[in-house]
Each structure stands twice: as C-alpha cells, then as structure tokens.
Design a protein around this ligand. Structure first.
Ligand SMILES: Nc1ncnc2c1ncn2[C@@H]1O[C@H](COP(=O)(O)OP(=O)(O)OP(=O)(O)O)[C@@H](O)[C@H]1O
Ligand SMILES: [Mg+2]
Length: 266
C-alpha cells in the first residue's frame, strides 16, 4: 500500500536577487516526505538548507517549482512548527508564556494551554522554570523551550534547523533522546537539518544529502536501524558505521568540490 506523501517538493529552485548580484541558492530539489517520517538533511554550509525550510513556511518565495502540503500548494503555516537555526524565544515572555504563544494564536482556552505548556516543559525537564524569562535560562534550556514551543500545538509537520548545534555534547545527547521519545509517542512528520552525520543517522528514517550550492539532491539513504533507538549506543550498530562512511565520503566530495571551485575562481 502506498500512502500519499504529506509533503512534496517538486523541482524547487531559489535564486536570491540582491543589489550585488544574484545568488543561486537552490538549483533543483525534488523529494517526497512521508507522513510520520523523520527525514534528516545534511549538506555543505551555504548549500540552501535553511532556504529550503524558509520556502516551505512561506518566508521566501521559490523562483521555480512547487511545494505541496497534503497535496495542496496553499500551505497552511499553522500546520508547521518551525525551530529556526537561532534560538528565538521572545525575551519579554516567560518560558511558560513562550510555549503558550502558538496556542494563544490558535484560540486554545487559557486553562487548556497552561496545562499543555506545563506538560511539554516537564517532558524536557523544565518543570519549575515556567515563570523564568529567557535571559534567566541557560542556552540549552532556552533551546529546549524553543523546541517544545514548536511541538506544543501539535502541528502536522515539525521542521528543525540545526536545533542542537550550539549545545554541549551531553545536553545534545539528552535532547536527541527526548526528541526521539516525543516523536515516537506522537508520530509527527519531522524534517531535521544538521551538520552532524552521527545525529543525521541516529535520528532519521532517511537521510538526504544535498550537493554544494546551488543545492540539489545528491542522494537519499534509508536508515534501516531498529527502533526504538538508544542514542548513546546506536553508533555501535554495523549499519550505522556503514552509513557513516558512505555519508562522510559523499559530503567530503561536495565540500572538496566547493574548495576546488573556489580555488579556480580565485
Ligand atoms: N536573504 C538572502 N539574500 C541573499 N542571499 C541569501 C539569503 N539567504 C540566503 N542566501 C544565500 O543563499 C545561500 C544558501 O543559504 P542558506 O542559509 O540556505 O544555507 P545553509 O545550507 O542553511 O547553510 P548553513 O549550513 O551554513 O546554515 C548562501 O549562499 C546564502 O548566502
Ligand atoms: Mg542554515
């Protein structure tokens, strides 16, 4: 039985036109994302990964191609939870008020949104910090708040742009495990960008490798590792090592290509 994809990127292209000339960020990306799938994306810096997510939520307009959510080109932004590359909690709201914000926008009654936000904060070990403001929290705590804010209103699709990038290794492991646990309970569709190949393999059902800029799809690999996964031990699996080696080679080809091209141009 084949299920219709929840998201379809069809020949998506993006060229930025600026006063100093145009930058071709995305050459051509076509990929289908299945409902409930965890898709990870890796690719060289500057290859158009963040741009792809910005196109999906309508922050930028594609120069070519189409993006469909549930078969429709009119994308309902409210169905997508976006954890952007930088931690972006509102500084004038407490942690609790930050997590409640998208629920407020959706007209959820006050008592209900308080309950939902508290539950989510507890899931990421932030119980007791609800009334703190972002400046009173550590970077890892803010980032956890940022993540549960995107989860709390139960969007169909969650897109995350290097959400654990700035965190220390221990916090990162903890959050990776928490994210997997929440995802397996709630069966959301997740698109997750990372620079870290270990993370891409440990979390994903599939990993998509993008070429250097202008980004296009170099490869898509199925990750056949069993679930549920124990983040701290999954790298011991032979399939993990095989994928790590393949992805490492593919990424290196693209990064070296970038350098070779830059060298010629200089
Ligand atoms: N608003 C913009 N105006 C002009 N150029 C832009 C704009 N946003 C991105 N770009 C350019 O598009 C290209 C892709 O940028 P993007 O941020 O999508 O890369 P990325 O793959 O997310 O990189 P990183 O891994 O470093 O986050 C870059 O060359 C960048 O300079
Ligand atoms: Mg980026």
């Amino acid at each position: 039985m084949t299920q219709a994809p929840i998201l379809e990127f069809r020949d998506v292209a993006k060229t930025f036109r600026t006063a100093r000339g145009s930058v071709e960020a995305i050459g051509n990306i076509s990929v289908d994302v299945r409902d409930g799938e965890f898709l990870t994306i890796v690719g060289p810096s500057g290859c158009g990964k963040s741009t792809l997510l910005n196109l999906l939520v309508g922050l930028e307009k594609p120069s070519g191609g189409t993006i469909l959510l549930e078969g429709r080109p009119e994308i309902d932004r409210m169905k997508i939870g976006y954890v952007m590359q930088d931690d972006n909690l509102y500084p004038w709201r407490t942690l609790q008020q930050n997590v409640e914000f998208p629920l407020e926008l959706r007209g959820v009654a006050p008592a209900e949104r308080t309950r939902i936000a508290r539950d989510y904060l507890a899931k990421v070990q932030l119980a007791g910090f609800e009334s703190r403001y972002p400046y009173e929290l550590s970077g890892g705590m803010r980032q956890r708040g940022n993540i549960v804010r995107a989860l709390s209103y139960s969007p169909r699709v969650i897109i995350m742009d290097e959400p654990f990038g700035p965190l220390d290794a221990q916090t990162r492991l903890l959050l990776q495990q928490q994210l997997l646990d929440i995802w397996s309970q709630e069966k959301k569709t997740v698109i997750f960008i990372t620079h870290d190949l270990h993370e891409a393999i440990a979390l994903g059902d599939r990993v998509m490798v993008l070429t250097r800029r202008p980004g296009s799809v170099k490869a898509v690999h199925d990750i056949g590792l069993p679930r549920p996964r124990d983040i701290r031990h999954i790298h011991e699996h032979p399939e993990f090592r095989r994928l790590l080696s393949t992805l490492g080679d593919q990424l290196e080809e693209e990064i070296m290509g970038t350098r070779a091209k830059a060298g010629v141009a200089a």
